[in-house]
Write a protein that binds this ligand. Structure first.
Ligand SMILES: [Zn+2]
Length: 199
């Protein structure tokens, strides 16, 4: 016998798909949303729909934006001579919090992972190479994660860009192996950026 009415079961199943949410948490959140005043649940649903419909990708760097260009790409105060390559928009937030980087970014939307069937062409790497040829920056900083896939992705990009940019550097590894950039604290990340080495 099914204990939950189907719409509630559906809600729990969708919550379980979220990162860091196990079956118990999914149940707790679902019951919380449905108990008492439901206006908070309606606001949450509305915010999800609004974000999904309005937030797209910057046509230059693939950061999240609700316009054509993101707030960083359209800021004339940023230094367009340096492009920092990251895996996800959350990495941009992490680096911005260090206040130590004034250049631009390029989000490749993941990392090369042959075991998961993810190749360079599935990521925004071809767009990065085109962009570098077009914008001719002075330096590319590779800030992919420090696990095996992150290292392989940086190596691949460095090889592809060789000859197209004067300096290619890799952030230093104060960051624990296997962790994504956004888990590093701001000081560690600022040091990693400062201590970057030429590829
Ligand atoms: Zn942008």
């Amino acid at each position: 016998m099914e204990i939950y009415p189907p719409p509630l079961r559906e809600l729990i199943n969708e919550l379980k798909r979220l990162p860091g949410i196990g079956p118990r948490s999914a149940e707790r959140i679902a019951f919380h949303l449905l108990s008492g005043d439901r206006s908070a649940a309606r606001r949450l649903a509305g915010a999800v729909v609004e974000a999904v419909e309005k937030i797209g990708y910057c046509r230059r760097c693939f950061n999240f934006t609700e316009r054509d260009l993101c707030s960083i790409c359209s800021d004339p105060g940023r230094n367009g001579r340096t492009i920092c390559v990251v895996e996800q928009p959350t990495d941009i937030i992490a680096i911005e919090k260090t206040h130590g980087f004034g250049g631009l970014y390029h989000v490749i939307s993941g990392k090369i992972s042959p075991l998961d069937g993810i190749e360079s062409g599935d990521l925004k790497i071809p767009q990065l190479i085109e962009r570098v040829k077009r914008e001719k920056p002075a330096e590319i900083i590779l800030a992919t994660s420090s696990d095996v896939e992150g290292e392989a992705t940086s190596l691949f990009i460095a090889r592809e860009l060789r000859g197209h940019v004067a300096k290619i550097s890799r952030i230093a590894h104060g960051i624990p192996v296997g962790s994504s950039l956004n888990f590093a604290d701001e000081i560690t990340l600022a040091r990693a950026m400062e201590g970057r080495r030429e590829f």
